[in-house]
Ligand binder design. Structure first.
Ligand SMILES: C[S@@+](CC[C@H](N)C(=O)[O-])C[C@H]1O[C@@H](n2cnc3c(N)ncnc32)[C@H](O)[C@@H]1O
Length: 192
């Protein structure tokens, strides 16, 4: 899997360099990072690192994980190595230290098993923000792999135990994206 994902994403980033441009953080991240009980953050599938950079400027130490060396190269150019640690790894099997992070963000990337592992990697009181695409008949990209799309009600179902819901919303993706797609985002806090 790792090799295929790396090739796929490196090809995308090479053919569509726009994907690597600096972008604003998601609204949920810019609102709810403030609720984190401490300053240790994890950005899962960070890409070129819009959230890793944003959070490092807010005083967090960030572990930024992605499989694409091309994306991480961009992030290296934009970030302070004392604040952002780049981790080139396959999230399918990366081990996460239990109860280590105050804040975890996972945006525009869906791996259901990873959500479970990330929940365990949060400290009590830690904040988890998940935002990604949802299956919807009005989505413009008709050939999206359904494995990578949330089903209705699914996002909420990951957090029925041991988490307090801070916000859950549905919206259309950012205008700069190639295809108009429905998204959901959730911010939750782990029980203390
Ligand atoms: C759509 S981008 C999201 C980037 C960023 N989270 C954001 O919201 O701007 C998806 C990212 O997932 C990474 N990715 C895909 N499969 C992966 C895997 N198995 N392990 C780690 N990263 C992966 C890709 O390299 C890509 O940078």
């Amino acid at each position: 899997m790792a090799q295929r994902d790396r090739e796929k994403w490196d090809r995308k980033y090479t053919e569509m360099a726009d994907l690597l441009k600096p972008r604003k953080p998601s609204e949920m991240v810019s609102l709810y990072y403030k609720e984190a009980p401490g300053k240790q953050a994890l950005d899962l599938a960070c890409g070129s690192g819009r959230h890793a950079v944003f959070l490092s400027k807010k005083g967090f130490r960030v572990d930024a994980v992605d499989i694409s060396p091309i994306a991480l190269e961009q992030l290296a150019k934009r970030s302070d190595p004392e604040k952002v640690t780049l981790i080139e790894a396959d999230l399918d099997d990366l081990e996460l230290q239990p109860e280590h992070y105050d804040l975890i963000v996972k945006t525009n990337y869906l791996d259901r098993k990873l959500i479970e592992r990330a929940k365990a990697a949060l400290k009590p009181g830690g904040i988890f923000i998940v935002e990604t695409y949802v299956e919807d008949e009005e989505n413009e990209k008709k050939d999206a792999n359904p494995d990578f799309l949330l089903q209705e009600g699914e996002l909420h179902s990951f957090f029925t135990n041991n988490f307090v819901m801070l916000e859950h919303k549905t919206f259309w993706n950012e205008k700069y994206e190639k295809n108009r797609m429905k998204k959901e985002a959730i911010a939750v806090q782990k029980f203390v």
